[in-house]
Design a protein around this ligand. Structure first.
Ligand SMILES: Cc1cc2nc3c(=O)[nH]c(=O)nc-3n(C[C@H](O)[C@H](O)[C@H](O)COP(=O)(O)O)c2cc1C
Length: 179
């Protein structure tokens, strides 16, 4: 049984990212303890790069915002799932803000060993996910993390477009394969 934190990067509630992450969570919950953290429910400011957390007691950030609660969830996580809509070939700014706030020595106490990636985008371009996949790969290598798998969904634009898509089953099966 692993502790899995699913970071959802869309502000659009019940949108395509939410539904994909939900399908994953349904599968993963069979054998794991899964917690969803959606950017729609937390207000996280961007890292300003002051590096004051490096010298402050407990490596706390000077910003007293919702990231404090997310740090506590990540502290006990074994696996983190990055779920995001494609925004200009990248992940959403809100999700990137959460990831950037991990630029802190606090993360050395974390025990995250594995990552998974769930992405949705409106276009059908073959290279739609290339930039995010490269960044994901570099992060896996830098932090010596294992890739659990990815589900990448093209051609979903409006809310609900992903309904009935085979990708939901794929995400469910990916979740089920863990643990
Ligand atoms: C600011 C913004 C930028 C976007 N950029 C892209 C893009 O570069 N490529 C693409 O295929 N879709 C792009 N989209 C479309 C979303 O990825 C797509 O609508 C997705 O299904 C939204 O997921 P959600 O329902 O979880 O919010 C963009 C949407 C927004 C709002």
């Amino acid at each position: 049984m692993s502790k899995i934190v699913v970071l959802i990067g869309s502000m659009r509630k019940s949108g395509n990212t939410d539904l994909l992450a939900q399908a994953f969570t349904e599968g993963a919950s069979k054998n794991n303890d899964v917690e969803i953290v959606s950017v729609a429910d937390y207000k996280v400011n961007p890292c300003i790069g002051c590096n004051s957390c490096f010298t402050r007691k407990g490596n706390k950030c000077f910003q007293n915002d919702d990231m404090s609660a997310i740090y506590e969830k990540l502290r006990v996580a074994d696996i983190v799932v990055i779920a995001s809509p494609v925004y200009f070939y990248g992940i959403s700014a809100e999700l990137k803000a959460i990831i950037d706030r991990l630029h802190t020595p606090m993360r050395n106490e974390f025990k995250i060993k594995k990552l998974a990636l769930l992405l949705v985008g409106a276009a059908s371009l073959p290279n739609l996910f290339d930039a995010i996949k490269l960044q994901y790969q570099l992060i896996l290598e830098f932090f010596h993390l294992e890739d659990v798998g990815m589900v990448l969904v093209r051609g979903v634009k409006d809310k609900g477009d992903i309904e009935g898509n085979e990708a939901l089953r794929e995400a469910y099966k990916l979740g089920l394969s863990i643990g």
